[in-house]
Design a protein around this ligand. Sequence first.
Ligand code: ADP
Ligand code: AMP
Length: 215
Amino acid sequence: MLIVLLGPPGSGKGTQAEKITSEFDLAYISTGDILRSAVKDNNELGRKARQYMDQGQLVPDDLVVDIVKVRLMDAEGKKGALFDGFPRTVEQAVFLEKALPELKVTLNMVFSIEVDESELIKRLTGRRVCSVCGASYHLKFKPPKVRNVCDQCGGDLYQRDDDSLETVQERLEVYKKQTEPLIDFYQERGLLSPIDGNQDIDGVYKQISSVLGEL
Ligand code: ADP
Ligand code: AMP
């Protein structure tokens, strides 16, 4: 089983992924998390990816596709996998479609999480992330119990470099140009499930989990 979370930056993909993967026994594959960890380690992938990420641009397809191949093979033993932030271009989606038979994986559903732009800006600029486990918080909408401390692991929270207002605006433009065409791509294949992401976190999860429960 393979599930994709599609949606603009700040639409709640990571937040929902945390809930979905724990309830439905799916491996969590976030290309953004994998790339940030490579940047932190300053390894070859991180050195190549950093310049794009800092500017709010997408990392080249070939780098991302290599990551995904490896991670999907590692997902054996679970019921399947959940992609957050991949695919993000039509080229990546075509790669995935071609790779699925060889990987013996079926793409079951693509959830398109839709959120108004003004709300996205508020969510992204107020986002705080755990430096240890990657859990996502928000200053107003999902504050941790103790200021700047992760509820789950006690790690320090930080603000992502690309969550500054200027870079957020660039990322939203990049989403519209390069990722939004995937909505039609998956609609044409009968795989798209639109989700109203303007609801509160539990409301969004209710909508997603009721569709997943039917699969
Ligand atoms: P994405 O992974 O799509 O970029 P996140 O899951 O990190 O988005 O969410 C972005 C920010 O918005 C985080 O600070 C998160 O706590 C907050 N958030 C997520 N879902 C909601 C929601 N439904 N309502 C309000 N805030 C939300
Ligand atoms: P995210 O954590 O999903 O918001 O991703 C953060 C950044 O990582 C993006 O702005 C891109 O620079 C890069 N990135 C993540 N996933 C992809 C992808 N599938 N293709 C290209 N770049 C990506």
